[in-house]
Ligand binder design. Structure first.
Ligand SMILES: Nc1ncnc2c1ncn2[C@@H]1O[C@H](COP(=O)(O)OP(=O)(O)OP(=O)(O)O)[C@@H](O)[C@H]1O
Ligand SMILES: [Mg+2]
Length: 472
């Protein structure tokens, strides 16, 4: 290979307009390119052979040749303005023979221009980081847990007491009772509240991914693994709380791995040798009967004991129906915000009806019913006709209930009293349809709009049918 001539090298350096200075091991300038000379208003013949600190203001090149340590992207003040400089020692045969330095941003204008170019990236990064951090904060406190019934208050008070400790907690209760809300509130009033709250839905993450999600993996641990590896959720939750939701849905093999982590207080990311000590409080939740699962052999007994240090049983809504008025009001306030409504009220008949329902889906079901109601609402008060049929039309779920039959009783009648004779089915159906419409209109005192709503058909369709059956 042909060696580059000095002239050739100089041309390259000048073309690249880098401001370059080279010193020997004593810090004496051996070379300074034209751009650097122009930058500090001098010429090459004036500077070569001079100590660098006499030529360049605030230079540290003579220090770098002594320490042998590079200095990258350091600020340096020259002629009253701040620039950014790099300084590298030149090491030959293990000995520092000199140093080379360059100026990246010769003045604040260049720096500002560069900053402008990357500012949007920095902003994006800041935003994403705050979003991630926000996600790792628990969102609810005990004030968000609505309920004044003795059954609910007892659980809430107990939860407040245990939130201060560090023991594992198992929250049980049927679906939609607020287990996740409890977990959030407990973390928020614990000493760990400034550290992350990391919820993990064990049922939603595919079995084969759960291990890497929880414990993380090292670079190249398996095919398809992200370059550089990934932090596990246990590590993310360090010093905070991990919420293992739906723990009853965790596969047995994974249960064993989790047990080991809980016993040893450390994790080992997949594909690595590294052991990471962790300090995480465990809150687990399930709507399943874990004791029964232990008996059946589908849940590890030792893991059950580990997570069940403190048990919190959230009562189903049907056992605290006195909370329904307060809860409905609170949920409605939340929905008003979502649907941009204001001052929505609930009629006393509706409250009464809601208290008669057995709520298999608990608070979540109540939330859904109210959401549906707010969607079909004409004025500002939720009436019986705004409730879904299955709630509106049932008498009561409790056969022994001594509550009154409620306002729907005058909406029930026996179809068999209709004068039905053997005739084409089409005619019978038309007759039944006519009678049902008449009865409904009787119930709504002739209000066709309400009748259409109750029948679940459009207003025009009802008008057409009334015309066809000659209903006034
Ligand atoms: N006591 C309560 N006060 C206010 N809102 C509540 C209460 N309990 C539950 N909710 C609301 O009901 C919904 C369901 O609650 P959450 O998700 O905590 O239930 P869950 O017990 O975790 O249910 P699942 O077992 O189905 O996961 C949420 O929108 C929550 O905000
Ligand atoms: Mg849940």
């Amino acid at each position: 290979m042909k060696t580059l001539s000095r002239e050739f090298l100089e041309k390259i350096i000048n073309l690249l307009t880098e401001r370059i200075v080279v010193v020997d091991r004593e810090g004496i300038i051996m070379y300074m390119d034209k751009a650097y000379c122009d930058f500090i208003h001098t010429t090459q013949d004036k500077v070569i052979g001079k100590p660098v600190q006499d030529v360049i203001e605030n230079s540290r090149m003579h220090i770098v040749v002594k320490t042998g340590r590079e200095e990258v992207q350091e600020f340096q003040r020259i002629n009253g303005s701040v620039m950014v400089a790099n300084r590298f020692p030149i090491v030959i045969n293990g000995k520092v023979e000199g140093a080379v330095g360059n100026v990246i941003f010769p003045d604040p204008e260049h720096l500002r221009h560069f900053k402008n170019n990357i500012q949007h990236l920095v902003n994006d990064l800041k935003y994403l980081r705050s979003e991630v951090e926000k996600d790792l904060k628990s969102k609810y406190t005990f004030d968000d847990l609505i309920g004044e019934s003795p059954a609910f208050k007892k659980v809430k008070e107990f939860a407040k007491v245990i939130s201060g400790g560090d023991s594992s907690i198992l929250i049980t209760g049927p679906s939609g009772t607020g287990k996740e809300l409890f977990a959030n509130a407990i973390h928020n009033s614990s000493l760990r509240d400034t550290c992350p709250f990391v919820p993990v839905n064990c049922a939603a993450i595919p079995e084969e991914l759960l291990e890497s999600e929880l414990f993380g993996y090292e670079d190249g641990a398996f095919t398809g693994a992200k370059k550089g590896g990934k932090k596990g959720l246990f590590e993310v939750a360090n010093n905070g709380t991990i919420f293992l939701d739906e723990i009853g849905d965790m596969a047995l093999a994974m249960q064993s791995k989790l047990l080991r982590v809980l016993q040893e207080g450390e994790i080992q990311p997949i594909g690595g040798q590294k052991i990471i000590p962790i300090d995480v409080r465990i809150i687990a939740a399930t709507h399943r009967d874990l004791e029964k699962m232990v008996e059946e052999g589908t849940f590890r007994q030792d893991l059950y004991y580990r997570i069940n240090v403190i048990k919190l049983e959230v009562p189903p809504l049907r056992e605290r129906k006195e909370d329904i008025p307060l809860l409905s009001e609170a949920l409605l306030k939340k929905l008003e915000k979502r649907f941009y409504r204001k001052g929505v009220a609930i009629s006393p008949e509706v409250i009464e009806r809601l208290q008669q329902h057995s709520w298999p889906g608990n608070v979540r079901e109540l939330e859904n019913v109210l959401e549906r109601a707010i969607n079909v609402l004409d004025n500002n008060t939720i009436e019986l006709s705004d409730l879904p049929l299955y709630i509106r039309d049932q008498k009561t779920d409790e056969p022994n209930s001594n509550q009154s039959e409620g306002p729907s009783s005058n909406r029930e009648w026996n179809l068999l009293t209709l004068p039905i004779q053997i005739q084409p089915l089409k005619d019978t159906l038309a007759l039944v349809e006519k009678q049902v419409i008449e009865k409904t209109l009787e119930f709504t005192h002739g209000n066709k709009l309400n009748a259409a709503k109750l029948l679940g058909i459009g207003k025009t369709s009802l008008y057409d049918k009334c015309k066809a059956y000659d209903i006034k």
